[in-house]
Each structure stands twice: as structure tokens, then as C-alpha cells.
Design a protein around this ligand. Sequence first.
Ligand code: C5P
Length: 227
Amino acid sequence: SPPQDLAGLRAVVSAGGTREAIDPVRYLGNRSSGRQGVAVADALAARGAQVTLVAANVAPAVHGGRHAVVEVVSTADLAEAMATRAAASDIVVMAAAVADYRPATGSEHKLKKTGGGLTLELVENPDILAGLVSGRRAGQVIVGFAAETGDADSDPLEHGRAKARRKGADLLAVNAVGHDRGFGDVPNALTVLDAAGDLVGSSEGSKEEVAAALVSHVADLILRRSA
Ligand code: C5P
């Protein structure tokens, strides 16, 4: 069994994907299952951390009630839950897929068909991870995730490096998504960068395996800081 080197530390992990209401019965969402975030929560707990899972629309069968669970739906809910828990946590992991945009105005009533087109006005959501980084407490380790597809003329890691520098989290776990990777129950490749965008490590395997590797980097960072 893994070393209990995170015993006595508190961690909060977000998982899943936020949903933004369009009307009482419809939402804008994404395909995140929450499995990667739950795997990180499990890996932290396996090394002795006391974990709270902030679950955005994660099926109960996925989180299994193994941790203290706070259920959230929207990005605003998630931001509030994370801010509250982060204030009391040594380790903060943002594994949730956060909606970049939300409808400018939610409709109180179910939208009706008009026979014509429909234009939804969207406004940008705040960056929760950036807010957690700027409000961090001393010694806190903050981890972000970045799902990168890359494109025809750039490799996903280049985007990841730029994002690591922009976000300022201690660790950014870059996840290649698209085609057959990233979503659902499929093998994963994670590359871990530091706040300068430099390589910390990379791993491939199940979500559980890459989560364990990521948590090893978290533990290394904590160990090095206390040395
Ligand atoms: O910029 P991008 O969405 O790729 O960044 C991903 C990281 O930022 C993830 O850790 C995600 O949880 C976090 N994020 C956030 N708030 C947003 C968008 C992303 O905290 N509005």
C-alpha cells in the first residue's frame, strides 16, 4: 500500500462538469464523467489525506460516496464550494471541466419553438482556478488540469506550457483528449508541468494509474517544501 505521507493534510478535489441552465429543463454541459477527479481524490486518500470531493454532476456510481461529497451543478455553485473548502485545505485540485460560458439570462420558463432560429447570448464565466491561485494560503499546493486537443499545427503540450504559466497553479496536469482518449473509461496520458511550464513528469495508463503518479508529484512538492 502507498506511503501515508499525506496523513494529517486536508484536500479538496473538484470533479465532473458544470452545467449552465438555459431554462428549467435545459442546460449547456460537457462530457466529463468525473472519473479522473474521483481517481485523484482516491489517490490522495490512499496516501492518508482527508479528502472532500466537490462533485459537479458526477453519477453516484462514479464517486461511490467514498469521500465527503459536496454536490454542485453550475459554475457559480462550484466557485463558491471551492472557495469555502480551499480556505481550509492544504491541497486543492481542480479536475472539474468548467463551462467557459453561461447564458446571459436564464429563462424562468421553458423556451418554446418559434418556427425560426434561436440565438443564445453567452457571457464568460470567471476562472475558478485563477481565483484560487490568487487567494491561496501559504504552503498550499494547487493543481489544475488542462484537456488539450492540439490542432493541425501545434502540439498539445505547447498549449499546456502557455496555460501553466498563465494559470500559475503549482502543477498543471495536461491531458490529451479527443478521438479515443480522455473521456469516459479509456486509457489516459498525463503530462505534469510546473508553474513555469517545465516538465515535472508524465505517465500513461488507467485514470487510477495516472492519478497515483500525479499525487506522487503533489507529495514530492510538499516534502520538498517542508525539508
Ligand atoms: O483554460 P482551461 O479551461 O483549459 O483550464 C483548465 C483548468 O482550469 C482546469 O483545472 C479547470 O478546472 C480550471 N478552470 C476553472 N474555471 C474556469 C475554467 C477552467 O477553474 N472557468
